[in-house]
Design a protein around this ligand. Sequence first.
Ligand SMILES: C[S@@+](CC[C@H](N)C(=O)[O-])C[C@H]1O[C@@H](n2cnc3c(N)ncnc32)[C@H](O)[C@@H]1O
Length: 337
Amino acid sequence: MVKEQYINNDYLEKYRGKNLPLLDEILEVRAKQARLLDSDANLVNISDLNALPDLKSNHAIFGNDVVEIGKRDELSDEDFEKLNETLLNLKPWRKGPWNYFGIDIDTEWRSNLKWDRFFNGVKPDFEGKRILDIGCNNLYYMYRTLAYNPELVVGFDPIARYYFHHLLNRKFVQDPRIQFELFGVEQAGLFKDFFDYAFFMGILYHRRDPLGSLKNVYDSLKRGGTIIMECSGIPGDDPLCLFPEGRYCQAPGYWFLPTWKSIENMLYRTGFTEIETFYKEPLTFDEQRKTSWIDTHSLEHFLDPEDISKTVEGYPAPVRIYTKAVKPLQRNKKIYD
Ligand SMILES: C[S@@+](CC[C@H](N)C(=O)[O-])C[C@H]1O[C@@H](n2cnc3c(N)ncnc32)[C@H](O)[C@@H]1O
């Protein structure tokens, strides 16, 4: 049922034709990706969601640091307990903060800091725009955009749990502008020349093929559209990347960790213009830390306790680099020829 609902979602039909010439391919990929919903963990999520009431809350705040959905007195004690259990089963809560019907979710990341940085650095105009959030995780940034009245906000994430975050929110805020696809950056190019803004945050260093990924983001943007990028990288001004031998910050999925200058060069050689790095600072314990909403370790275990300028593996500790760039109105022939 959940799978059929996901596959049959028709929000893209109104764009069929000139706007989305590859819509049939998108729908084919969606039908394949739906297999990600077949797992035992999902059965727990589905029964949790079915137990909750369908209740359109009158209380939703998207313009503050905390995304607030619902008020305590809108739920019976019994439904409040069920909601609490559902939220706990959706752990780890990485991006936030959120508040559901009075339950504060102090997420691992204070993502409002990232939001403020890119919002101040880019000064985006989201009104009436189409936004793509690649690797949207639990949809925190997507809900924040609703305060600015966009036309459509599509989140891509190939992890099924985040689809259940989406369905949870849908129980209480039925806003058709927020949509979710079980896609990765690999699929972004199927939405050719479609989006005004693409968020590409926390992804590039997790990709084995960073340039191929940037090309996919580029293809998804309209001419004049903006990529808003945030990337874990290394300090320094030379155009270099660190390529760890194995783990970095204890995680296996780090490949190329660039300096700000490397990111700018990658964007330039992908064809972007108006490239600007507007923030580059070390990641701090104030922004990423262990809370009761995750059961795993956090930044304090990833850095060398004797010298926090290094990871536990002895590499330079991560710097967070924020960059914006625009897909030019005309193809830059120098780059592609
Ligand atoms: C480090 S988190 C970043 C989350 C969020 N964009 C942010 O900046 O806070 C990486 C996210 O990318 C998602 N992801 C995994 N594979 C992906 C892929 N192939 N393409 C895009 N995102 C992917 C993960 O599930 C996760 O939610």
